[in-house]
Design a protein around this ligand. Structure first.
Ligand code: DX5
Ligand code: ZN
Length: 217
Protein backbone atom coordinates (compact mmCIF):
# COMPACT_ATOMS: atom_id res chain seq x y z
CA UNK A 1 0.00 0.00 0.00
CA UNK A 2 1.28 3.51 -0.83
CA UNK A 3 2.56 5.16 2.36
CA UNK A 4 1.89 8.81 3.13
CA UNK A 5 5.20 10.32 4.23
CA UNK A 6 4.91 13.63 6.07
CA UNK A 7 8.08 15.45 7.23
CA UNK A 8 7.72 17.06 10.65
CA UNK A 9 8.75 20.64 9.95
CA UNK A 10 9.63 21.38 13.58
CA UNK A 11 12.78 19.36 12.76
CA UNK A 12 13.60 21.38 9.65
CA UNK A 13 16.35 23.96 9.32
CA UNK A 14 14.49 27.24 9.92
CA UNK A 15 17.47 29.16 8.63
CA UNK A 16 16.78 27.72 5.17
CA UNK A 17 13.07 27.08 5.28
CA UNK A 18 12.34 27.88 1.62
CA UNK A 19 15.08 25.48 0.51
CA UNK A 20 13.93 22.81 2.98
CA UNK A 21 10.40 22.99 1.56
CA UNK A 22 11.71 22.74 -2.01
CA UNK A 23 14.12 19.87 -1.25
CA UNK A 24 11.56 17.90 0.73
CA UNK A 25 8.92 18.27 -1.98
CA UNK A 26 11.47 17.31 -4.66
CA UNK A 27 12.34 14.27 -2.52
CA UNK A 28 8.68 13.20 -2.70
CA UNK A 29 7.16 14.32 0.61
CA UNK A 30 3.39 13.77 0.38
CA UNK A 31 2.51 16.45 2.95
CA UNK A 32 4.07 18.49 5.76
CA UNK A 33 3.36 18.02 9.46
CA UNK A 34 3.29 21.30 11.38
CA UNK A 35 3.41 21.03 15.17
CA UNK A 36 1.78 23.83 17.10
CA UNK A 37 2.72 23.88 20.80
CA UNK A 38 1.32 26.30 23.36
CA UNK A 39 3.49 25.62 26.41
CA UNK A 40 0.33 24.62 28.30
CA UNK A 41 -0.98 21.39 26.76
CA UNK A 42 2.66 20.39 26.12
CA UNK A 43 5.69 21.72 28.02
CA UNK A 44 7.26 23.23 24.92
CA UNK A 45 6.87 25.96 22.33
CA UNK A 46 7.49 25.38 18.67
CA UNK A 47 6.53 27.03 15.43
CA UNK A 48 4.69 30.31 15.60
CA UNK A 49 1.71 31.27 13.48
CA UNK A 50 3.99 33.13 11.10
CA UNK A 51 6.03 29.96 10.52
CA UNK A 52 2.88 27.95 9.85
CA UNK A 53 1.57 30.66 7.52
CA UNK A 54 4.90 30.76 5.66
CA UNK A 55 5.07 27.00 5.13
CA UNK A 56 1.42 26.73 4.06
CA UNK A 57 1.83 29.54 1.54
CA UNK A 58 5.10 28.19 0.10
CA UNK A 59 4.28 24.48 0.02
CA UNK A 60 2.63 22.76 -2.93
CA UNK A 61 1.68 19.70 -0.83
CA UNK A 62 -0.94 19.63 1.95
CA UNK A 63 0.16 21.02 5.33
CA UNK A 64 -1.41 19.29 8.33
CA UNK A 65 -1.43 21.19 11.61
CA UNK A 66 -1.10 19.22 14.84
CA UNK A 67 -2.63 21.41 17.53
CA UNK A 68 -0.90 20.48 20.77
CA UNK A 69 -2.77 23.30 22.44
CA UNK A 70 -5.66 23.96 24.80
CA UNK A 71 -9.08 25.18 23.55
CA UNK A 72 -8.40 24.14 19.94
CA UNK A 73 -12.02 24.91 19.02
CA UNK A 74 -11.27 28.62 19.19
CA UNK A 75 -8.53 28.41 16.55
CA UNK A 76 -9.55 25.83 13.97
CA UNK A 77 -11.15 28.55 11.79
CA UNK A 78 -7.78 30.31 11.62
CA UNK A 79 -6.00 27.22 10.26
CA UNK A 80 -8.84 26.29 7.93
CA UNK A 81 -8.70 29.81 6.44
CA UNK A 82 -4.91 29.49 6.06
CA UNK A 83 -5.58 26.50 3.80
CA UNK A 84 -4.21 23.77 6.10
CA UNK A 85 -4.82 20.15 5.09
CA UNK A 86 -5.80 18.11 8.15
CA UNK A 87 -6.36 19.99 11.40
CA UNK A 88 -5.65 17.63 14.29
CA UNK A 89 -7.15 18.46 17.68
CA UNK A 90 -6.42 16.61 20.93
CA UNK A 91 -9.76 15.50 22.46
CA UNK A 92 -7.92 15.36 25.82
CA UNK A 93 -8.08 19.14 25.87
CA UNK A 94 -11.45 19.82 24.26
CA UNK A 95 -14.60 18.96 26.25
CA UNK A 96 -16.62 19.70 23.10
CA UNK A 97 -14.52 17.77 20.58
CA UNK A 98 -17.58 16.76 18.49
CA UNK A 99 -18.51 20.41 18.04
CA UNK A 100 -14.93 21.30 17.10
CA UNK A 101 -14.65 18.41 14.65
CA UNK A 102 -17.93 19.47 13.03
CA UNK A 103 -16.52 22.99 12.65
CA UNK A 104 -13.53 21.54 10.79
CA UNK A 105 -15.74 19.25 8.69
CA UNK A 106 -17.79 22.31 7.69
CA UNK A 107 -14.59 24.05 6.55
CA UNK A 108 -12.36 23.07 3.61
CA UNK A 109 -9.88 21.32 5.95
CA UNK A 110 -9.89 17.65 6.94
CA UNK A 111 -10.89 16.76 10.52
CA UNK A 112 -8.32 14.89 12.57
CA UNK A 113 -7.96 13.70 16.13
CA UNK A 114 -4.53 13.36 17.72
CA UNK A 115 -4.38 10.85 20.58
CA UNK A 116 -1.81 10.89 23.37
CA UNK A 117 -0.04 7.65 24.32
CA UNK A 118 -2.00 7.39 27.59
CA UNK A 119 -5.43 8.01 26.02
CA UNK A 120 -7.50 4.84 25.63
CA UNK A 121 -9.09 3.65 22.40
CA UNK A 122 -12.50 3.43 24.08
CA UNK A 123 -12.39 7.08 25.15
CA UNK A 124 -11.99 8.28 21.53
CA UNK A 125 -14.21 5.68 19.84
CA UNK A 126 -17.29 7.99 19.94
CA UNK A 127 -15.39 10.54 17.85
CA UNK A 128 -14.21 8.19 15.14
CA UNK A 129 -17.20 8.69 12.84
CA UNK A 130 -16.25 12.39 12.70
CA UNK A 131 -12.51 11.90 12.18
CA UNK A 132 -11.14 11.68 8.67
CA UNK A 133 -7.63 11.15 10.04
CA UNK A 134 -6.40 9.75 13.37
CA UNK A 135 -2.90 10.74 14.51
CA UNK A 136 -1.57 8.22 17.02
CA UNK A 137 1.12 9.71 19.26
CA UNK A 138 3.76 7.06 19.85
CA UNK A 139 5.83 9.41 21.99
CA UNK A 140 4.78 11.91 24.66
CA UNK A 141 3.88 14.96 22.58
CA UNK A 142 6.03 18.03 22.43
CA UNK A 143 9.53 16.93 21.64
CA UNK A 144 11.40 15.29 18.80
CA UNK A 145 14.04 12.62 19.35
CA UNK A 146 12.16 10.54 21.92
CA UNK A 147 11.79 6.76 22.22
CA UNK A 148 8.86 4.85 20.71
CA UNK A 149 6.31 3.74 23.36
CA UNK A 150 5.47 0.10 22.49
CA UNK A 151 2.29 -0.05 24.63
CA UNK A 152 0.62 2.16 21.99
CA UNK A 153 0.69 -0.77 19.52
CA UNK A 154 -2.43 -2.24 21.13
CA UNK A 155 -4.40 0.95 20.40
CA UNK A 156 -3.14 0.92 16.81
CA UNK A 157 -4.47 -2.63 16.43
CA UNK A 158 -7.86 -1.52 17.82
CA UNK A 159 -8.03 1.39 15.38
CA UNK A 160 -7.13 -0.89 12.46
CA UNK A 161 -9.75 -3.44 13.52
CA UNK A 162 -12.57 -0.85 13.79
CA UNK A 163 -11.64 1.47 10.96
CA UNK A 164 -14.25 0.33 8.42
CA UNK A 165 -17.00 0.35 11.01
CA UNK A 166 -16.36 4.03 11.66
CA UNK A 167 -16.16 5.23 8.09
CA UNK A 168 -12.61 4.41 7.05
CA UNK A 169 -10.45 7.12 8.70
CA UNK A 170 -6.75 7.17 7.78
CA UNK A 171 -4.25 6.27 10.51
CA UNK A 172 -1.06 8.28 10.96
CA UNK A 173 1.78 7.65 13.41
CA UNK A 174 3.54 10.58 15.05
CA UNK A 175 6.69 10.06 17.05
CA UNK A 176 9.88 8.03 16.69
CA UNK A 177 8.86 6.79 13.22
CA UNK A 178 12.02 4.90 12.34
CA UNK A 179 12.36 2.80 9.16
CA UNK A 180 11.73 -0.29 11.31
CA UNK A 181 8.52 1.17 12.77
CA UNK A 182 7.37 2.27 9.31
CA UNK A 183 8.00 -1.17 7.78
CA UNK A 184 6.20 -2.96 10.62
CA UNK A 185 3.15 -0.71 10.82
CA UNK A 186 2.66 -0.10 7.09
CA UNK A 187 2.52 -3.91 6.67
CA UNK A 188 -0.43 -3.83 9.10
CA UNK A 189 -2.26 -1.17 7.07
CA UNK A 190 -1.18 2.09 8.75
CA UNK A 191 -1.07 4.71 5.97
CA UNK A 192 0.74 7.77 7.25
CA UNK A 193 4.01 8.46 9.01
CA UNK A 194 5.34 11.71 10.48
CA UNK A 195 9.04 11.80 9.62
CA UNK A 196 11.27 13.49 12.19
CA UNK A 197 14.76 12.78 13.50
CA UNK A 198 14.18 8.99 13.54
CA UNK A 199 13.96 8.65 9.76
CA UNK A 200 14.71 11.92 7.96
CA UNK A 201 16.26 14.93 9.67
CA UNK A 202 19.84 15.14 10.88
CA UNK A 203 20.94 12.14 8.82
CA UNK A 204 24.04 12.14 6.62
CA UNK A 205 22.03 11.26 3.49
CA UNK A 206 20.05 13.59 1.20
CA UNK A 207 16.28 13.72 1.65
CA UNK A 208 15.53 12.12 -1.72
CA UNK A 209 17.63 9.04 -0.90
CA UNK A 210 16.07 8.66 2.55
CA UNK A 211 12.52 9.07 1.29
CA UNK A 212 12.97 6.63 -1.62
CA UNK A 213 14.41 4.07 0.84
CA UNK A 214 11.34 4.53 3.03
CA UNK A 215 9.07 4.09 0.00
CA UNK A 216 10.67 0.72 -0.71
CA UNK A 217 10.09 -0.65 2.80
C1 DX5 B 1 6.33 14.93 18.49
C2 DX5 B 1 6.37 15.58 17.15
C3 DX5 B 1 6.97 14.92 15.97
C4 DX5 B 1 7.95 13.82 16.03
C5 DX5 B 1 9.35 14.18 15.62
O1 DX5 B 1 5.55 15.77 19.30
O2 DX5 B 1 5.00 15.74 16.78
O3 DX5 B 1 7.46 15.96 15.21
O4 DX5 B 1 8.06 13.23 17.27
O5 DX5 B 1 9.94 13.03 15.08
P1 DX5 B 1 10.97 12.10 15.86
O6 DX5 B 1 10.25 11.56 17.05
O7 DX5 B 1 11.34 11.03 14.84
O8 DX5 B 1 12.16 12.98 16.22
ZN1 ZN C 1 3.02 16.16 15.63
Amino acid sequence: MEKILSPSMMCADFGNLAKEIRDLEAAGADSFHLDLMDGAFVPNYGMGLQDIQYIVSHASVPCDVHMMSVNPGEYVELFAKMGCGTIYIHPETDPHAPRTLQKILDSRARAGIAVNPGTSYSSIAPLLTMAQDVLVMTVNPGFAGQKYLPFVDEKIEELLAHREKYGGFRIFIDGACSPQVIARLSAKGVEGFVLGTSALFGKCKPYNELISELRRL
